[in-house]
Design a binder for this molecule. Sequence first.
Ligand SMILES: [Zn+2]
Length: 92
Amino acid sequence: MSIHKYYKISDEGTVVRLKPFCPRCGPGYFMAVNYDRVTCGHCGYTEFKKRTPKKPKGEKPPTGTKPTGTKPTGTKPTGTKPTGTKKKSKKG
Ligand SMILES: [Zn+2]
């Protein structure tokens, strides 16, 4: 078992850390990387990876023209109820 498996030397010569360290145990304790989380085999610390929210397809881009509180001032019904004849249902 070699420590080199946890590192990757890029083409530029820089060392790329493949696995994250455990925040509890500190540097030196690598965490097992799963598809959606990383787990420390030393203390059992599990950290879920952040998922990037997918944008729904077919979503229209937000248009800048949006009516902001501009109410149409015009004919407004002001409590004029239609005076009709209500039918009273009479039981009997
Ligand atoms: Zn740990």
